[in-house]
Every structure is written in structure tokens, then in C-alpha cells.
Ligand binder design. Structure first.
Ligand SMILES: [Ca+2]
Ligand SMILES: [Ca+2]
Length: 203
């Protein structure tokens, strides 16, 4: 009996192992309604109008909220960034939109989405646009090729002038590489083992 209980406990331990938290980004989709988890990197300008808004337009991002970043001082990137230690296979889906407002002026305001791995020389750029609005929301998808530290950044730059800022809109969702068992199925598994143990005990 003692041996059986030990075996059952070991099995439970193995079953519970996948529940250990994967390292993921915090509030990657802005669903807290604010910038919890995100920071403004040193050397970047302080946004004059950095807000999180309801994703009310059709097909906007994921969930209820997305980030809207207004360009500010001339030639200064206004950015929000976040670093996370990801497991290989972690999938990131992003939504991106740019409202370029300097129509007719020679100032090609910019917006960019970057993913920087700690071990890479250069960041990946899932999206970069300058001098033109996007045709509504655009979507990108990326999967972490290896375990490591990754920094995701969203940025907008007011090029050449401070008078007519452009706006970048960003949203994201993430999927851990290994599906975590539903709490329900774990409960059932534990219940089943307990039932087996009880049957053994009654004999
Ligand atoms: Ca969202
Ligand atoms: Ca401008």
C-alpha cells in the first residue's frame, strides 16, 4: 500500500509538472487597460500622448485594448518595450496600424515593430513603415526559434518636424509552446488516482 501511494504521488508530480509557469510577456495585449509590464527605454523620448484605447474599430488587434502611441519631438523614437525569457516555440501574433498625418509634407514619419534576441546582432523587424499609412490593421506572426531573452518594442517617430505627429497602433497575443493541461483534467486525473488508491485500500 505504501509503495502504491508513493507511486501515485510520483505520478501526480509528473502530471503536475507541465503546470510550471512558462516565461511569457506580461500584459502583452494591453488587456489590463494600461501599460503594466511595459517600459520606456532609456534614451527614448517621453511620450506626450501615450494611451491605451478600446479596440473599437472592426478587426482591431486582439481582445478589448491595444496601444496607441503618438509621435512627439522631432526625430525621437517614442517607444514602449518589454523583455521576456521565452521558451523555443513560443508564438507571438501581432497587429499593427499606422496613421501617417504629414500628407503633402516631406516628413516621412516612421513606425516600427522589433524583436531583439539577446544573442543576435540585429533585431527582427516584423513591421516598418515610413511616410504612408497602412491600409487598416496588418498582422504578423513569429515563433521563438530557441530558448532565450527577447525584447519586443513598438515605436513611432516624428521625422523632421514637431508639428504634425503620426500615430502607431499596436496589439499582441502570445501562445506558450506546450499546451498546459486544463485544471479540470488534472483534477479528474487526481480524482482517478485517489479512487484507485481507495479501491486498493478497501481490499
Ligand atoms: Ca489587446
Ligand atoms: Ca510629422
Amino acid at each position: 500500500m505504501k509503495k502504491f501511494i508513493t507511486t501515485a504521488l510520483v505520478m501526480l508530480g509528473v502530471a503536475a509538472f507541465p503546470l510550471q509557469a512558462h516565461a511569457l510577456f506580461t500584459n502583452i495585449g494591453f488587456e489590463t487597460g494600461d501599460f503594466t509590464g511595459w517600459t520606456i527605454p532609456a534614451g527614448y523620448g517621453v511620450p506626450s500622448d501615450r494611451s491605451v484605447e478600446f479596440g473599437s474599430d472592426a478587426g482591431a488587434g486582439y481582445g478589448t485594448y491595444f496601444a496607441k502611441i503618438q509621435a512627439s519631438d522631432a526625430d525621437t523614437w517614442i517607444a514602449i518595450v518589454q523583455t521576456a525569457t521565452l521558451e523555443a516555440g513560443t508564438k507571438i501574433d501581432g497587429a499593427f496600424k499606422f496613421d501617417y498625418l504629414d500628407e503633402g509634407a516631406p516628413h516621412l514619419d516612421e513606425a516600427i515593430v522589433q524583436i531583439q534576441h539577446a544573442g543576435w546582432a540585429n533585431p527582427l523587424e516584423p513591421y516598418y513603415v515610413a511616410g504612408e499609412s497602412t491600409d487598416g490593421w496588418l498582422y504578423w506572426s513569429w515563433t521563438a526559434p530557441e530558448d532565450g531573452s527577447y525584447t519586443l518594442s513598438y515605436a513611432v517617430k516624428n521625422v523632421g518636424d514637431e508639428d504634425v505627429p503620426s500615430y502607431g497602433f499596436f496589439d499582441t497575443k502570445q501562445t506558450a509552446p506546450n499546451a498546459v493541461p486544463e485544471p479540470m483534467s488534472l483534477t479528474l486525473m487526481a480524482g482517478g488516482l485517489a479512487g484507485l488508491a481507495l479501491r486498493r485500500f478497501k481490499r
